[in-house]
Design a protein around this ligand. Structure first.
Ligand code: SF4
Length: 305
């Protein structure tokens, strides 16, 4: 029997980041434009419509991201509960470091906490992510451990680390008993100091070494739509699932077809689809007319030739 793999989509609650100065990040180029976190928040209907699309297309939600400064905390908990109801599972959160009392409140509703570590070489990390301290994230991991909350982390490859840093990642994963890790390959954004993505050979080496050291770790590997041909290599190197592909915009595109082809090349069964809409009556997926309107907007976008 072939192993199964699927696409995981990060579900964003807002487009605001209070740090906004990680040197590789698109947000760092938008910081001056987005000053008010309340204005950068998505509508509840749009978020829930996206969760319904994910569920019906067979995409997992990688984590729920952003939103901490944009929504009241009670609103966030309510949203997480509604997303959990739609997807039938408790979702992970990636909302920056959180204080202990908030983590305790979230615990019954989440799969776990994800720390956006990005780089385990401290020197590189502090240069590239000056306002996002590893210590703060590690402290949050310790609080999670104290309360039995599962932990995940994200890593960006190509921001100045070298493969010699792998032992640092290995000991970090062991130290905090990390259960899920998402790797991204740097996607250089206009207006940032970065100009080049890492090569596939270098990127997949990180995934291979991680898989060799942690046979049971849930590894998610991301690549942008212009690197769709990376995915077979990433899966063969040991990734469990794939992410980052901008699927709503590129649904059923040449690149989306290439991603599905790559999954075949890796000899895996793909759960869900990036190319075919399910034959369902979308009117029956929600009782809320505003959510339905948003769903129809997404479907229209995904149906474009
Ligand atoms: S990587 Fe995260 S914390 Fe850093 S600027 Fe981007 S959104 Fe903000």
């Amino acid at each position: 029997m072939k192993q199964e793999t699927c696409f995981e989509r990060a579900l964003f609650l807002s487009w605001y980041c209070s740090r906004g100065d990680c040197k590789f990040c698109y947000m760092s180029t938008q910081k001056d434009r987005i000053k008010d976190p309340k204005k950068a928040k998505r509508s509840k209907e749009s978020i829930l419509a996206e969760a319904i699309i994910c569920k019906n297309l067979g995409w997992e939600i990688e984590f729920i991201s952003g939103g901490y400064e944009s929504f009241d905390f009670e609103e966030i908990i309510q949203l997480i509960k509604e997303i959990n109801n739609i997807t039938g599972q408790k979702q992970w959160i990636n909302m920056g470091v959180l204080p202990e009392e908030k983590l305790i409140q979230l615990k019954p509703h989440i799969g776990g906490f994800c720390g956006a570590v990005e780089c385990v070489n401290k020197e590189v990390h502090d240069k590239v992510c000056p306002s996002k301290s590893i210590e703060e994230i590690e402290n949050t991991f310790k609080i999670c451990t104290k309360h039995g909350i599962k932990k995940a982390m994200t890593i960006v490859i190509g921001i100045g680390e070298t493969i010699n840093d792998f032992p640092k990642l290995e000991s970090f994963i062991k130290k905090h008993n990390i259960e899920r890790i998402t790797f991204y390959s740097l996607n250089p954004h206009k207006g940032t100091v970065f100009k080049e993505s890492p090569t596939i050979d270098y990127y997949k080496e990180w995934i291979k070494l991680t898989r060799d050291s942690f046979p049971n770790l849930h590894i998610i590997a991301g690549a942008w739509h212009d690197k769709a041909e990376y995915f077979s290599e990433l899966l063969k190197a040991g990734a469990t699932n794939i992410t980052k592909f901008p699927v709503i915009k590129y649904f059923n595109s040449k690149a989306a077809k290439e991603v599905e082809h790559q999954v075949e090349l890796a000899d895996k069964n793909f759960k869900g689809s990036l190319t075919k809409l399910p034959d369902i009556d979308w009117n029956k997926t929600t009782d809320n007319p505003k959510i339905l309107e948003k769903i129809k907007g997404y479907i229209k976008q995904m149906s474009k030739p």
